[in-house]
Design a protein around this ligand. Structure first.
Ligand SMILES: O=C(O)CCC(=O)C(=O)O
Ligand SMILES: [Fe+2]
Length: 324
């Protein structure tokens, strides 16, 4: 099939990402830059992040969703719902897990955590990553690991990382350890540096790096002040389960508590519905309504840390099913 957007979408299936140059026009880039300035910092203690406003999400949804349609046909990645959007900056506005030095932020090798714990399906999940402020073309990009190259080097580990999330790859002497932040422990060991197979598309403002949710990536460097918007699409029918949030290891308990503004409402939503499982679309609607209430001061911006931890510990001790 021919597309008006001349990008090889099949590479989303084989490599996990594709590139569309000049996807946004100058007005849209300016819209995002202004929205970043106007947005408050999110109450997320894992990293410094601001959220794209609902108004801007609604304005850009149709343009992004047109790409989803082609992706569904050419890459068998099926998403239909714009769940959220955030701004990632290479400068940190507070001290977090990802602060490399005061004022700087760089994300080391990882597969995203929070989306894995909310939705669990990282194949039918897209990250529309678009630089908004980008002073130097060859700096402060996003570096990725093409899945086909990973498969060639380490087929077994490739199979474990495909469709997964919540991992980090950490250097340890001459080896690299893949940490499983979902269950705890390690997923595998690499005896070569990922730099040997990495790719760093050089992005200008408005260029779109479209990534599947399971792609391994990191910040190239934080030597320039770059801001990128990242729009997240899910499949509205993906089932969400309480155990995806509360089950797992120590790192997960810490990280979900650090981002309890997101996970506590997900537990509430399942409990209000009286179900152990809900379609993603229902949770998405609940989260969006809550966001409106928070912005109007009708709901607390961040729930209590102890309260959230207590729910997680209770599930670990007694199991998370309503029936139990
Ligand atoms: O912008 C960055 O450097 C990191 C972005 C990232 O990790 C993401 O989009 O998931
Ligand atoms: Fe990420």
């Amino acid at each position: 099939m021919t597309t008006s957007l001349a990008a090889p979408f099949t590479s989303l299936r084989t490599q996990g990402y594709t590139l569309i140059r000049s996807f946004l026009d100058l007005d849209e880039i300016e819209l995002l830059r202004q929205d970043f300035e106007d947005s408050p910092l999110e109450v997320n203690a894992n990293y410094s992040v601001r959220r794209v406003s609902e108004k801007v999400l609604n304005q850009l949804d149709a343009k992004l969703a047109a790409v989803n349609k082609i992706v569904r046909e050419e890459a068998s990645v099926d998403v239909d719902l714009l769940n959220d959007g955030v701004y990632f900056a290479t400068f940190s506005e507070k001290s977090t897990l990802t602060s490399v030095r005061p004022g700087a932020q760089a994300f080391p090798w990882h597969q995203d955590h929070e989306n894995y714990w909310l939705w669990h399906d990282t194949w039918n999940y897209l990250n529309y990553y678009i630089p908004v402020v980008k002073p130097v073309l060859e700096k402060s990009n996003l570096t990725v690991v093409p899945f086909d190259r990973l498969e060639q080097r380490v087929p077994e580990l490739y199979r474990k990382m495909l469709r997964r999330g919540a991992t980090r790859v950490i250097g340890s002497g001459s080896r690299w350890v893949v940490k499983d932040d979902d269950r705890g422990g390690k997923l595998g060991t690499l005896h070569f540096d990922l730099a040997e197979i990495e790719d760093t598309p050089q992005l200008a403002p408005g260029d779109l790096l479209l990534m599947r949710g399971d792609l391994i990536h990191r910040t190239q460097d934080s030597s320039t002040k770059r801001i990128a918007a990242s729009f997240r699409y899910v499949n509205s029918k993906t089932p969400v389960r309480r155990s995806y949030i509360t089950r797992g290891g120590f790192v997960k308990a810490i990280m979900t508590t650090n981002a309890r503004y997101l996970f506590e409402p997900a537990l509430d939503c399942l409990e209000h519905a009286g179900k152990d499982e809900l379609p993603a679309g229902e949770l998405d609607a609940y989260l969006k309504e809550l966001r409106r209430k928070r912005l109007q001061g009708e709901a607390a911006a961040n729930p209590s840390r102890i309260g959230f931890l207590a729910r997680v510990v209770k599930d670990k001790l007694f199991g998370g099913n309503l029936s139990s």
